[in-house]
Each structure stands twice: as C-alpha cells, then as structure tokens.
Write a protein that binds this ligand. Structure first.
Ligand SMILES: Cc1cc2nc3c(=O)[nH]c(=O)nc-3n(C[C@H](O)[C@H](O)[C@H](O)COP(=O)(O)OP(=O)(O)OC[C@H]3O[C@@H](n4cnc5c(N)ncnc54)[C@H](O)[C@@H]3O)c2cc1C
Length: 477
C-alpha cells in the first residue's frame, strides 16, 4: 500500500506523521535537512550546558501532546519550567521592570499611569465591536494595535502588548491581524462584549464544571493546566524522539522537488532528490501532507495552482537572530530570577528581548553559569538580524551591559540566524488561508500545515499537524 507522504520534518510535519502512524497508516516523512525539527534546534556545550538555538520553550495544555511525549519515551526526560521563572520583565524608561501578575501588582505597577489603570478597569463597561465614534469595527481588518488601543488603551499597548507581540511573533502589532493571530481575544469580545468579563466568565465556567464533576462522584479530573516545558537535551529532544519512534519511515537529506497528481488514478507522485545527488526518483503517495514554510509550499504548488502559490507567497516572514552569551553568574548584576525581559519598540533598544534559560530550566545547566538567549531583528528591524556577526555580538553585549549590568568576557557566545524565522499574520492573512482551503478542497488528497497557517507557537503547530493527520487518516478509512 502506498504511504502518506509528509513533506517536512518540523514540528508540524512530525505531528501529522505521528497521528497517521498511531492509526496504523504507513507514512514516509521526507526532510531536506540532515536532521529533524525544522527551526527547533538544540546543542550541548562541552561543559554540559544545553542551548536551544531556535525556540526556547514549549507552552502547552494539550493532553494529547502530553500523551505523545510519554509514547515516544520523553516522559522522564521532560522538564517543567522552574516556578520561580514565572516572573517576567519588560524594559520601561530604560529600566528592567516586572510585569504585573495579578490585580494587586497591576494596581501598583509603574508601567501604567493612574489614568491608564482606570481606563483598564473600565474595559468591561465599554461597548463591544465599535470604535471610539461608535461605528462598528471591521473585525477582520483590525490590527492587534487597534484592537488593544480600543479595548484596553494605548498605554497597555505600548508597555505590555507591544513587547509580547515582539516576543511571540517578532512582529509589529500595527500590522498583525488580531483575527488571524489572536482570535481567542476577539472571541471574548464577540461572545461577552469584553475581554475581562469574558475571561472571568470562562474561568468561572471551568471551575463550575470541575465542581459538578466532583459532586457527581467522577474522578476529580484536573483541569488541563498550561505547562511550560523543555527536555533534558533541549527542545530538539522532542522531534528527535518522535522521529526515532517513526523509525525508517523518516528520510533525511531528501528534498521534494516535484509534486503531481497520478494521471488517471487517485494518488500522487512525489519527486525526491537526495542531497549531493543530481538524479531524482519518483515515489507514489496515497495522500500528501505539505508541512514546509509558505515559500517552499508555493514552489511545489505553482504549476498545479498559480492562485494558491501567489497567496502563499504573500505571507511575509520576519528574520530573527538568536544570540547566546554565557557568562559566570558573578558577571551579571541582575539576579536573572525570571523568564526574561522583553523590550517594547518605544524603548528603542537593539534587542527584542533576552530570555534566561538558566533560570527556567536550571537542571540543564550543570556549570551554573548565566545563559542568556537574546533575540535580534524581527519585522521592524530585519536588517539587524542579518548584520555582521561581530556587529550583532557587540550590540547585544552593550544592551545587556546597560540593562542587566553584564560585564567581562563570555565563556561562550554564538549567533544563530533564522532568515525566515516567523511568518507574519498581516492584514489579509485569513483571505490567504481561505485560498489555501479552496485549493485543498479542489485537490483531494493533499493538505497543507505549518506555522504560517493558523498558529505560530510550537503547541499550536503540533495541534494543527495532529488534527490534519487525524483527518487524513479518517478519509483513508
Ligand atoms: C528563533 C525562533 C524562536 C521561536 N521561539 C518559540 C518559542 O519559544 N516557543 C514557541 O512555541 N514557538 C517558538 N517559535 C515558533 C516555532 O518554533 C515555529 O513556528 C515552529 O517550530 C515551526 O514548525 P514547522 O514545522 O511549521 O516549520 P519548520 O520548523 O520551518 O519546518 C519545516 C521543515 O520543512 C523542511 N523543508 C522545506 N522545504 C522542503 C522540501 N522541499 N522538501 C523536504 N523538506 C523541506 C525544512 O527543512 C524544515 O525542516 C520560534 C521560532 C523561531 C524561528
């Protein structure tokens, strides 16, 4: 029986492949690179320190993903974030300031003026779905910045949401569509008229449900809690373990260079080329799941359907460089007791933020040094991500000196460039995704997944990949 071919062994592709494999459907995962994981990349230094060169943490409350971690043997290798790293910081007027974590700290935070705090308190009473003039807003055209200004006020945008958008999307909140990137926020407003009221109601409903379950004598199931995770050998342990469990169904250093429907029959022909080999071979597939970045997908689909290729090419990507510096703890004045610090664009810093993996996963850092993972570039300053290495390192050291009191020479430093790091869900994104869905309907047996589609986060990419894998498995009976 022909396998389902999954193109790309990033988290999206491996999730799809794993869903199919669990249901007994043969798969063939084809990956151009010589290792799995896509942008998930980890390494261990000689002194035992683990560095994640791309994403830093997996944030998930998906019970199925947690089940998969057990299935692929990662149960005892999973590390939960140290509770002390729950503190998060932002740069404010040149200082590192802790983000409020509850109503009391919000009332006291220097990040917002008293007027801004009162405006925030008024959010539940502000009419939903209308602008300042009372005109209905076009939900699909609204940017994150417009949405937050409208609901929570400009200071919340500038000092709290802008750095979050840099941290998650390496993006510009003025350009990213709220409907595409943060649909759950929009849903709260749509369903409850207010984000705060909606959030409180959801929390109450979940508590009520749990109480009812307990009263009915059912097992007091724990509400799925969000967990921030990594693994003993870094995040890449996860795709590596999934690939190991898939065994010889994963083919590395093999690029897909052509994709055609089998003439007169159901199924697909996939043309493969191995690294360093100029010849190519064609394999047959019952179905194909394309799990590659948008541009790579466009290249493979352009002959088949020019419109879907154009829609995919319209999805912009922001480049990011991840800059690691490792120093003895005594060379950093700041205690680094937290997740890290993000810089709002209005602060004019050279870095998007600095995360502190030594505090988040101390068990992975036997030398006890300060490990700082710094992010440079993004949609607003793509040129910075691609500057000369020495220039980037110099700038990062100056910024860390200024913000965290970092002194002396690092014991290790490295720049990892991601020229196409994070897809930007800019205005019109949902139209592009509808075009992709139209193509899938017109070409049964081919599905597309990837961080460009409906979630950038690792947990979101896994969820989409797993869902699509399950759907394909169902259609194959
Ligand atoms: C620097 C950085 C930091 C991040 N930080 C976080 C974080 O802390 N937490 C979080 O949740 N998310 C984070 N993200 C986002 C998250 O890591 C990504 O969105 C996600 O890993 C993307 O997975 P993917 O499988 O969709 O794509 P990719 O990882 O890009 O995988 C696509 C794969 O397809 C392969 N491929 C391409 N063309 C072909 C072809 N023709 N034939 C065969 N194979 C092909 C590629 O080699 C690649 O392996 C970060 C991303 C970056 C870049």
């Amino acid at each position: 029986m022909d396998p389902v071919v999954v193109i790309g062994a990033g988290v999206s592709g491996l999730a799809a492949a794993w869903s199919l494999h669990r249901r007994g459907i043969p798969v063939k995962v084809v990956e151009a690179d010589d290792q799995v994981g896509g942008v998930v990349r980890s390494t261990r230094l000689d002194d035992g320190t683990v560095l994640d060169l791309g994403p830093q943490t997996l944030s998930t409350k998906d019970p199925q993903l947690q089940e998969t971690l057990q299935e692929v043997g990662l149960g005892s290798r999973t590390l939960a974030a140290d509770p002390a790293s729950g503190r998060r910081f932002v740069v404010h007027e040149g200082q590192v300031v802790e983000l409020p974590s509850g109503p009391l700290s919000l009332a006291r935070t220097p990040l917002l003026s008293t007027a801004a705090k009162f405006r925030l308190l008024g959010e539940p009473f502000r009419k939903g779905g209308v602008d300042a003039e009372g005109e209905p807003v076009d939900a699909e055209a609204e940017s994150i910045a417009d949405f937050v200004r409208r609901r929570l006020g400009p200071e919340v945008l500038d000092h709290m949401v802008d750095p979050f958008v840099s941290g998650v999307f390496a993006g510009d909140p003025e350009k990213i569509s709220v409907a595409a990137a943060l649909p759950e926020l929009q849903a709260l407003e749509r369903e409850h008229g207010s984000i705060i009221r909606g959030g409180v109601k959801r929390m109450q409903a979940a508590r009520k449900e749990q109480k009812a379950r307990e009263e009915a004598g059912g097992t007091p199931e724990e509400r799925p809690r969000n967990r921030i995770l990594s693994f003993d050998e870094g995040l890449q342990s996860w795709p590596r373990a999934v690939a190991d469990a898939l065994g010889d169904q994963v083919h590395l250093s093999t690029r897909v260079v052509g994709l055609h429907r089998t003439e007169g029959e159901e199924g697909w022909e996939v043309r493969l080329q191995r690294t360093g080999d100029s010849t190519s071979e064609v394999i047959r597939a019952r179905a194909v799941i394309l799990a590659v970045p948008a541009e790579a997908a466009a290249r493979l689909l352009k002959e088949m359907d020019g419109a879907v290729a154009r829609a995919l090419l319209e999805i912009p990507y922001a480049p990011v460089s991840v800059v690691h510096v490792v120093h003895p703890l005594t060379q950093v004045e700041h205690p680094l007791a937290g997740f890290g610090v993000l810089a709002p664009s209005g602060e004019g810093r050279g870095i998007l933020g600095s995360l502190w993996p030594n505090a988040v996963f101390p068990g992975r850092n036997p030398s006890g040094q300060a490990v700082l993972a710094n992010f440079v570039g993004g949609a607003r300053h793509p040129e910075r991500a691609m500057a000369e290495e020495e220039e980037i390192l110099g700038m990062v050291r100056r910024e860390l000196g200024d913000l965290l009191g970092l002194r002396g020479d690092p014991t290790h430093q490295r720049v990892t460039r991601w020229p196409e790091a994070i897809p930007q869900y800019t205005q019109g994104h949902l139209d592009r995704i509808r075009e992709v869905a139209r193509f899938e309907e017109a070409a049964p047996g081919i599905r597309l997944v990837g961080s460009w589609r409906d979630a950038v986060s690792l947990g979101g990419c896994w969820a989409t990949g797993a869902r699509v894998g399950t759907e394909v498995a169902r259609t194959l009976g």
